[in-house]
Design a protein around this ligand. Structure first.
Ligand code: IPE
Ligand code: IPE
Ligand code: MG
Length: 237
């Protein structure tokens, strides 16, 4: 087996298993989410230290609104708390935070927090942390199609001139490289509406570890596994 020793430029993580982690401990699901936020902090710092340039994390899907209201409320509160607790450290470590997803459904308070973390970390040059919030791949692609259709209707763009690049550039991720490695925790093997377009040539890493137990060591294992993969992009070696 060929082994390389490279750090993926862009890692994306489906942070799953907070609820099961809490249940195993007889705790409320919201405590699992809090523990998940602490795991995120560890993982962000470890990724930045290893030289990862982009880290995208799936924090709240468009489908997650369907959870019990108390859990949704706790998650929204956690977004605000997370911003408050972590913005100074992230700024100090050179981590720039950006949010992808539809923000129109968030309260003014949540949006103010998101604007704050983005503006107060905007100078970070070590790594970009992308928070996917009220994100889903299908809604992102639907929005992109609407945007492109409007340009065609306005006569700015010919239908035949729509390219893969036109589509990529109409997504929330327009300014980001595609993920090299997608990690999902908690033993689930699905994408759950995450980065479907962007994941075309990503490598996947699945672990049974529940998200609150993830951190530097687990990230290292995922990168090690990535380094055993042979990325052929449809070509012959
Ligand atoms: C992931 O953990 C966090 C979010 C989806 C917000 P879950 O809350 O999905 O945890 P499980 O899958 O129920 O264990
Ligand atoms: C995916 O996890 C979404 C996030 C991690 C934010 P879910 O727990 O919501 O996904 P399913 O329901 O297992 O597919
Ligand atoms: Mg889950």
């Amino acid at each position: 087996m060929d082994r390389h020793n490279v750090i993926p430029q862009h890692i994306a993580i489906i942070m799953d298993g907070n609820g099961r982690w809490a249940k195993q401990r007889g705790k409320d699901r919201s405590e699992g989410h809090f523990a998940g936020m602490m795991a995120l902090k560890q993982t962000v710092m470890a990724a930045a230290q290893k030289g990862v340039k982009w880290l995208t994390v799936y924090a709240f899907s468009t489908e997650n609104w369907g959870r019990p209201q108390a859990e949704v409320d706790a998650l929204m509160e956690l977004v605000c708390k997370g911003v408050e607790m972590n913005t100074p450290d992230l700024a100090a470590q050179g981590v720039r935070v950006q949010v992808i997803g539809d923000r129109s459904r968030f309260s003014d308070i949540v949006n103010a927090s998101l604007n704050r973390i983005e503006s107060q970390t905007a100078m970070g040059e070590i790594m970009t942390l992308v928070l996917a919030l009220n994100y889903s791949s299908r809604s992102e692609l639907t929005m992109a199609v609407q945007q492109i259709a409007r340009r065609v209707a306005a006569g700015e763009l010919q239908a035949d001139a729509i390219s893969e690049q036109t589509i990529s550039q109409s997504l929330y991720t327009a300014a980001m490289p595609d993920p090299d490695l997608i990690i999902r925790t908690s033993g689930e093997y699905r994408l759950s509406n995450f980065l479907m377009w962007q994941a075309s040539y990503a490598e996947f890493y699945f672990t049974d570890t529940l998200w609150p137990d993830f951190g530097e060591e687990e990230l290292g294992k995922a990168i090690e596994a990535y380094n055993t993969r042979d990325r052929r992009y449809g070509l012959v070696k």
